[in-house]
Design a protein around this ligand. Structure first.
Ligand SMILES: [Zn+2]
Length: 1146
């Protein structure tokens, strides 16, 4: 009975597949790219032949496709059979849900309704005048008054929190600071905290702490542990660095938090409970979400727009429960304290008057190197002056206290690289102790003051709130864009040093790919051996150390002076070198892992296999160089090519190689069947074709997380179609010679007609003068104007000028980029992709259309290479001008984790309306949405309805007075990469008036995934025979479209430091996606209809020997109990949430 039903299903499935493929064949016959009307007839026959060949290729390819599909169907039926009787909802196959309704799991736009107790930052922005009046002693605030009896019932309970802000690189390198300052600070800490148990200190940067730890002896380590246990020393946040929150991607933010927390667990056995972020230039709720998920319950932030601070101070909402926009529960809430004043230094932390507070920075006592700029120096506390001094300080404390709901007060005591010398410790601790003692002796003052840690403070705060029955209000939103004074908005750093912002993401994707492949390799090896051991000769320890170093270098670069582009030139080079070296090291691990996984006969894996038989098809030659493809030389023997798909989705994608002959093709190593491909020219100069190198682009179908093997072979006689070219320069036709490619010039009327490209989903039109995009049409018939334009911003002619941090554009505003002569435009047409490239003096801009299905065919790829080294005080901007009626609303992502609504406000200066874009932004009206996805972070704005503009590079000759002491003039040839996606919005897209939660569409998510995690191509060296390889395919099918495998990260062995354990962190992010732009037809990946999923099925055929839910940073005491029971692997994955599991793969 059961069997026959399965058979019926199977036959039905095969029939469906057969019908589908017939349909696809028909589509293929009709849908291949059409020529521009009236195109040249030369070579027509040849072209028809090559097109026919292509069709045959694709049909052959389809056959392979279908075989795989049938296999997959059979698999899913088997899975279903095994599930029967168990009420587990899991991945449903495509055919099982109705296509009429919206995809399950999607989110409609919702207005955020906050109760009377809720604050929405967007509303605050609408409300505030941003008028910046002089507030007196507290310049950006107001006069604070009190009667004096406010503390009679509940005395002022004050915690003075000593801290030293140690930048892991800024004016000096990480190592430079460590040698000159940090190690002395920590050495002295041991001595000075040890002298008096009332003394306290907090420390944030684990990068420094771990480096110092590795150089101290066991006795000192014990002392550290004692101080931590006694509560005198608190490790706050516990991240590798105090991360930037604008440019950093949530993968890296979480990774550096894991690295820090794991270190703390291993070496000190502690887990942080309070966050401390006093210097990042604006704050993101994504960071908050990660902190909460890592087990923290409190946090402190500092750099918030001065007008917002003032407003919050008036409302007594400087302390609030920070809630995620999308969270309808209180699950994501974390208690947040926002510092009220200008800075985290001593003059701006004791109270509103810096000239008074500075007198209580005893490091600035006369005779030292630092002094008070307000010209009233501190005095040592003596019996003679103590009363006057104590009352003066108390007045500041009391004023500050009036800004908060409780009478518990947090007062930080520190600054950048403080407490280096022991006399500074003595000066601060002894003078303050005298003041505290005085307060103790005078109960009529109603103050209890002491040194404290953040946890001391927050514990007292929560106690006080509960005894007084007061609640904190909830707040939703983010704190961008930061201004510290006047119109000085810190939107410059969203783009500064864009080369390294791109390199950062290259390391990030390389790290993730390597982590996953390394973890799978260890699991496969253990399974192969059957005794839990690894294969002899595999350098798992060395590889683990390479991984660790890469994690730490990526972590280091998330520092708020690193990825921000706000460090000195030599420090930038130091960071760049670390990123570069880590990429090279990771590649070794990746190649070596792939080597073992690919071997058909594992017994051939000999000792000393640290050297892999593969190499990368793309090389990076230096820390400041763009990646370049190596030229594959083709001989009589086929060259093996391996492609790794680091995503959890089946990807149909174009892989590009450079070969030494145009007579080349790629065949599937297993079946020998050729793949759809195209040969295009490699350009040495805008109008000079290489005669030695050719680009071979082929369509690869890559199963999730798979390694697929191909052969690149010599195939004479144009077996692969060659791209055809139109070379054009408006009014000045160029001459381009090529012995291989057909190069056509536009003559007569043609030279003035728009250039056009199309695939079966899209048609685009570009300007014949510039080659730049003008219009877009979808298959549905929707036509939208989308014009690309380039502009320059200059800086102000007088006063403060733009620098690494600040964007202070000149009053003239942006000027349209207008070169002295029209650009050379190249139109490429081929069966795999077609593109239009415009070569301007300062940049090369390409719009590419792939002749593929899915997100790859439905979006446009845009790429730029920019070089503005010949300019001074200029910023180059790419602007998209559309007729989408978006008003003043647009959306940008926060750290690639979530979308945030933005409102362009006229009351703010231009530079205030720029926001960070880590990976995506979109505009929409009721009928369409235009999404721009990016592979790097940069500044974005929507200054007018329908427009999006991105700052590509900035070259600024001067310092902007934030301590850096230099401009940004180390520009290089810099690449940026995007996908532009226009989608119909259907189902009566709801327009929400207020602050709304919006998500990317499913297609946008998939496009973003492939942009961030491109396939990795590896080639066998030209000489020598390779052993027999077999493809590696760890997953039976793609994960649901909305489920992202964030990482599969091997954890360190607790017994053997520096070695891999058998455990890994499985990090899964279930995304939220938009209902109104559901793609039609739905993508081939599937999704689960409910929150409950069975991870065993999701990752089948991988088996988990153990699986426990844990905190985001995998601290042991956050593990839920293990259950060997398979049913326990059913777990809830809620939309938007990250989930962490400690797993052992069987
Ligand atoms: Zn800093």
């Amino acid at each position: 009975m059961k069997r026959s039903r399965i058979l019926a299903l199977l036959v039905g499935g095969v029939f469906c597949v057969a019908v589908m493929s017939l349909y696809r064949m028909l589509e293929l016959m009709q849908g291949s790219e059409r020529d521009r009307q009236g195109g040249p007839a030369v070579g027509q026959v040849e072209e028809d032949l090559s097109r026919l060949q292509l069709k045959i290729d694709r049909l052959e390819h389809l056959l392979v496709d279908n075989n795989r599909l049938v296999a997959r169907l059979r698999d899913s039926l088997l899975v279903r059979e095994s599930q029967e009787g168990r009420r587990v909802s899991n991945v449903s196959s495509d055919s099982s849900h109705s296509r009429a309704g919206p995809p399950p799991g999607c989110q409609t736009a919702e207005e955020m309704k906050d109760g009377a107790d809720g604050v929405q930052l967007l509303d605050v922005y609408d409300l505030l005048p941003f008028d910046n009046p002089d507030g007196g002693a507290w310049k950006q605030g107001f006069e604070i008054t009190y009667n004096g009896d406010e503390w009679a019932e509940h005395p002022l309970e004050l915690f003075l929190v000593p801290h030293s802000h140690n930048d892991p690189g800024w004016l000096k390198t990480f190592d430079g600071y460590f040698q000159d300052q940090t190690r002395h600070i920590l050495d002295n800490m041991l001595v000075k905290l040890g002298e008096d148990s009332r003394r306290k200190m907090i420390w944030a940067e684990i990068s420094y702490f771990s480096k110092w730890w590795s150089g101290i002896d066991e006795q000192k380590r014990e002392l550290v542990k004692r101080l931590v246990k006694a509560g005198q020393l608190e490790l706050v946040t516990g991240g590798w660095v105090m991360a930037d929150e604008a440019n950093s991607h949530y993968f890296a933010l979480l990774d550096q938090l894991i690295e820090g927390h794991q270190w703390l667990q291993t070496h000190l056995g502690v887990k942080p409970s309070s966050g401390w972020a006093v210097d990042p230039f604006g704050h993101s709720p994504s960071m908050t979400y990660l902190l909460k998920g890592a087990g923290l319950s409190n946090m402190v932030i500092q750099r918030v727009h001065y007008s917002v601070k003032k407003h919050f101070a008036r409302q007594q909402t400087l302390e609030f429960l920070w809630r995620q926009n999308w969270d309808s529960s209180s699950r994501s809430d974390i208690t947040c304290h926002m510092m009220p004043f200008y800075s985290y230094d001593v003059p701006h932390t004791c109270g509103p008057n810096p000239s008074v507070c500075c007198q209580f920075d005893f490091h600035r006592l006369p005779g030292g190197r630092v002094f008070c700029p307000w010209k009233i120096p501190p005095q040592p506390i003596t019996e003679q002056n103590i009363k006057e001094r104590a009352l003066l300080l108390l007045d500041q404390y009391r004023q500050k206290s009036r800004l908060f709901r409780s009478s518990v007060l947090l007062v930080p005591l520190g600054d950048d690289f403080r407490y280096v010398e022991s006399k500074e410790w003595d000066a601060q601790f002894s003078n303050y102790q005298k003041l505290f003692d005085y307060f103790d002796q005078h109960p009529e003052l109603h103050i209890k003051a002491r040194f404290g840690t953040l946890s001391d403070y927050f514990a007292a705060l929560h106690r006080r709130l509960s005894t007084t029955g007061k609640n904190l209000r909830t707040l939703r939103g983010d704190f961008f864009t930061y201004a510290d004074r006047d119109d000085h908005y810190w939107s410059g750093y969203f783009t500064s040093r864009p080369f390294y912002k791109r390199l950062d993401r290259t390391l990030e994707s390389t790290l993730r790919a390597t982590e996953i492949l390394y973890t799978l390799t260890l699991a496969e090896m253990r399974r192969y051996r059957g005794d839990g051991h690894l294969v002899e000769g595999f350098p798992e320890g060395e590889h683990y150390q390479r991984l660790t170093e890469a994690r730490r270098n990526l972590g280091l670069f998330q520092h708020h002076d690193a990825v921000t582009g706000t460090a000195r030139d030599p420090v930038v080079i130091d960071y760049g070198t670390r990123l570069f070296r880590s990429i090279l090291n990771l590649r070794q691990v990746l190649l070596s892992s792939a080597h073992w996984l690919l071997l058909l006969d594992k017994s051939q894996y000999h000792k000393d296999q640290s050297k892999s038989f593969l190499e990368m098809s793309e090389v990076i030659s230096a820390q400041d160089a763009l990646p370049q493809k190596t030229i594959l030389t083709l001989g009589d023997e086929p060259r093996s090519l391996v492609v790794f798909n680091p995503t959890e989705q089946l990807q149909t994608t174009v892989v590009n190689l450079v070969v030494d002959s145009p007579d080349a093709r790629v065949v599937d190593a297993e079946t020998g069947l050729p793949l759809a491909a195209q040969i295009s020219a490699v350009w040495e100069e805008p109008s000079k074709v290489s005669s030695q190198a050719f680009q071979l682009s082929f369509v690869a179908e890559l199963p999730p997380l798979s390694l697929v093997v191909y052969h690149v072979i010599k195939a004479p006689g144009r077996s692969v179609p060659w791209a055809r070219y139109i070379i054009h320069r408006h009014g000045k036709p160029p001459t381009v010679q090529s012995e291989h490619f057909q190069m056509t010039r536009l003559e007569g009327d043609e030279a003035n007609a728009p250039l056009s490209l199309r695939n079966k989903h899209l048609q685009i039109w570009s300007s014949p003068e510039t080659g730049l995009l003008q219009k877009l049409r979808l298959q549905s018939g929707l036509v939208r104007q989308v014009k690309v334009q380039f502009l320059w911003y200059g800086t102000r002619t007088s006063g403060e000028k733009s620098g690494a941090y600040l964007f202070l554009p000149g009053v003239e505003g942006p000027q349209v980029y207008s070169p002295s002569e029209p650009p050379l435009v190249r139109v490429t047409r081929g069966p795999v992709f077609s593109e239009i490239t415009s070569c301007f003096p300062h940049f090369t801009h390409t719009v590419r259309l792939y002749h593929l299905d899915g997100h790859a065919g439905k979006s446009l790829e845009i790429s730029n290479t920019v070089d503005i080294r010949s300019e001074s005080n200029k910023e180059l901007v790419m602007r998209l001008i559309s007729d989408v009626a978006s008003g003043n609303r647009f959306y940008t992502d926060l750290n690639g984790f979530q979308m945030q609504q933005r409102r362009t406000l006229e009351k703010l200066p231009l530079q205030a309306n720029f926001y960070p874009m880590t990976s995506s932004s979109f505009l929409q009206d009721s009928s369409s949405r235009l999404s721009l996805l990016s592979a790097q972070s940069q500044a974005v704005a929507s200054l007018r309805s329908g427009e999006l503009e991105l700052v590509l590079d900035r070259r600024l000759q001067q310092d902007d007075n934030r301590g850096l002491g230099q401009g940004v003039t180390d520009n290089k040839l810099t690449a940026s990469l995007y996908r532009l996606l226009l989608e119909d919005r259907k189902g009566g897209a709801k327009e929400v008036g207020g602050a709304s939660v919006q998500h990317l569409s499913l297609l946008a998510h998939l496009a973003s995934l492939s942009l961030s995690h491109p396939p990795i191509a590896m080639v066998a060296p030209g000489n020598g025979q390779l052993p027999k390889l077999r493809p590696f395919q760890p997953l039976r099918s793609s994960l649901p479209c909305d489920v992202h495998l964030l990482n599969l990260r091997t954890l360190e062995d607790q017994q053997e430091a520096g070695s891999p354990s058998q455990e890994a962190a499985l990090l899964i992010h279930r995304k939220g996606f938009d209902c109104n732009s559901a793609p039609d037809p739905l993508p081939t990946c599937t999704w689960s209809e409910q929150e409950e999923v069975n991870l065993d099925n999701l990752f089948s055929p991988l088996q988990f020997r153990s699986l426990r839910r844990s905190g985001f940073t995998l601290l042991r005491d956050q593990d839920e109990p293990d259950s060997a029971d398979q049913a326990a692997h059913v777990t809830a994955l809620r939309p938007m949430e990250i989930n962490a599991f400690r797993v052992q793969i069987a």
